[in-house]
Ligand binder design. Sequence first.
Ligand code: SF4
Length: 358
Amino acid sequence: MTSLYIHIPFCKRKCLYCDFLSFTHTECTDEYFDALVREINAFDCEKVRSIFIGGGTPSFPDSGYIGKVMEALGRYNIDKDAEITIEANPGTLTAHKLKAYRSYGINRISIGLQAWQNGLLKKLGRIHTREVFLNNYEKVIKAGFENINIDIMFSLPGQTYEMWMETLENVTDLKPAHISAYSLIVEENTPFYNMELALPDDETDRKMYHDAISFLSSKGYRQYEISNFAKEGFSSVHNCAYWQRKEYKGFGLGAASLIGDRRTKNTESIQAYIKGTSVAESEKLTKADCMAEYMFLGMRMNEGVSVSGFKKEFNEDMLIKYGSVFKKYEPFIEIENDRVRLNERGFDISNMIFCEFV
Ligand code: SF4
């Protein structure tokens, strides 16, 4: 089974913290979607487990473009229960678009809210207010979506602990099936990097994170990955496939794929992509690379990694291979019943621990 990712690199406006591959010039939209369909037509796989249309803002272009993509994907054997997600931003959704998405078989929608307070949304450079989000959210419900994710962020400039808790309270009141909660990372090539930002200190950042985990749990959202929380049965199939190192194929600008032991990445040049060049980097992974990935991707999840699964895949004993890492970080790691996982304190220093596997 394969998971498919489709990248739509267009946004109405660039957010000030964003380092995703997306832009606001849309004059090449037609050519881009033609190239996307060509790339989809040139690939074969046995069965599709999940599809994720991400970006950028896939809900920004006319829904007819998404229809073209979904039609092209129709050549694959898509599992009847496949999770098919589209990413959307408030301010770009209409009842017409949502109805069209449903008619294409899209059964999950991921909406970027980020913060409840209009002042914070403005600081982030978002195109929408809370009111616009609520208006769009109502349309999503009316269109019949039941599997909805809301993206929110903490550690934002000017965000207090109280503002974060207010965001969590209001978002959980809406009862989406899934919530993603990310800490802001100020990336180098973004406008935020050169701005004076009043960011919460580390202690507040960690309090925001830990209190979010307990608050969300009290509202029935189980944490299943460092930044992801879901009601029973609504963990993202697509994202879990990444963390479990299952096969996936990415289509579109900059999209990455993992097929067998080969990791590839598409070009980030839209001109080259439109002209028909897709793959820009291709790397055959060594057994050591694959084992490291198994560890640092799998340990992002609360369920952690399976000792017997590792043995089956690599014919190696994980507890021997990484015994020194587990010993060094003993207070942050739990080992029981065939699984090795990070505890809540381990999640705080996950990047440091993950480096040890590489
Ligand atoms: S909407 Fe998303 S992809 Fe687009 S600029 Fe903002 S953060 Fe980046």
